[in-house]
Design a protein around this ligand. Sequence first.
Ligand SMILES: O=c1[nH]c(=O)c2nc[nH]c2[nH]1
Length: 548
Amino acid sequence: MALLIIGSLVSPVDNRSYKTLPNALIYVGDDGLIKAINHIVGVPITTIHIEAILGEVGHCGEFEILHLARGEFLIPGFIDTHTHAPQFPNVGAGQQYELLKWLENVTFPMEAKFKNVDFARKAYTKIVKRIIDAGTTTCCYYGTLHLEATKELARIVHEYGQRAFIGKCNMDRESPSYYVERTDESVPHTEELIKYIRLLTPSKDGSLYVYPVLTPRFAIATTDELLKRIRVLVDSDPLLTIQTHISENPSEVRRTKELFKHLSKPEKPITYAGVYDHYHLLRNNTILAHAVYLEEEEWKLVKEKNCGISHCPTSNFNLTSGVAKVGDMLDRGVKVGLGTDVSGGFSPSILTAVRHASIAAKVVAIADLNSFAYRPLTVATLFWLATLGGAQVCNLERKAGSLEVGKSFDAIVVNIRNTSTPSPPPVSPHNLNLWGVGDDEDLGLDIRRRKDNNSIADGDAEVDIADENQLKEELDAMLERLLFCGDDRNLRRVYVQGRWIGGTEGRYDSTGVNVNATSLWRSNEAMSRRLFGSLHVIHVMYIRWIVA
Ligand SMILES: O=c1[nH]c(=O)c2nc[nH]c2[nH]1
């Protein structure tokens, strides 16, 4: 069913700016694409504006209408360009280790458990839901090395309706005997997974939600023989996205150079990026996680090949890996987005990555106070990294990453109210970290009076929207608070391709119990029943009345 949202919208424009529309109508077609965004300046939205937008898009029939209250606004969904689904059960464990010891002692033992497909199914069902409720509408997933478990991950992601890249790890050495592949099985299993994922049903606009991604774990874990076989696959499938780790930790970089020293030439020692280039793994659909210690020559290669970088600051701090210079990456014009890198990173939320990206840039700036190039990142840049920057890294910028006509409606209804959204549900717990709109209004955000219920604003005295600049400033303040203090409790609804797949609304009953944290919504119909309930019917009737 088509969807009309009335309220405020914030969306990135480029890596230095975003736009704020305080008083907008957004029409989403039943194919999940944004068909129109009308910004009304200086007057309240009335039925005339609604009829105008419906006429503009040629709408007939039913649609859902959603009014955003004060303190609520739409943003594009977050894009997580790097995470490990099977590491979620380990979140918060083993923080004392650096990368290679952490893999050996914490990560490989957990990943090995996913050999059991029942275990994998149960774990992934919970994990993917958590990631969606964290506002991630597109996610680049590493699975384990197991084919069947990774198929389950793809099936579950697809059923939830999240947009995603899913890969099984290729790893045939420097891994424990209980968790390592045979060289001759690695590529055939990968090909089977690619085929399986490409046969999953496409979305209503005919495009895919879930894409396969080739995932050689990192150079250390792959023999020359396996990399040669992977190179054949890469060359035969230019559309296949590739993800791997690069230059995360000094010991890892050293070991990589040791293992591949036969690729060195007398005048040119091999580099980490050079290894990947040798096996044709660097191209415009390659996503490289970390890139903390890349050398000048490697940056040139990354830029020339148009690879994307997943900046994973939470993990870089947590595993004592280092501080990536994200400002420098931006200055070089390299594609860059954010990754949570669970469980090197201890949070599934891109909002945590935003905060640590900000701190990382400040650490770099503090270390080099005489430089102009290394400055803190602005709110606009942080917002862009979490959304449109990530979309560019995934080569999805024409489909996702910002709220524009023609793009998919991959979006979050943000709620930074300190009171529940007006009835009917949701009842959501307050986020005590965020001084929001509502209870604290007189003491906190200076939000102007706007009509605060589910009826259409009618221009009465309560509504003062004449001062466009003031309204935009309020949205700026709300966005900044979300980025620095928000969490999943502030994400009321999460949409992918116009389909409501997560968020707090419908998650809590009147006693605050999470009623659907672990259940999988198997179909649109089931989801509509669960989430919309009688509200949905009321809206449809209401719209029939308006249009009559
Ligand atoms: O942060 C990381 N997490 C991993 O699981 C991994 N494997 C190789 N290199 C890695 N880095």
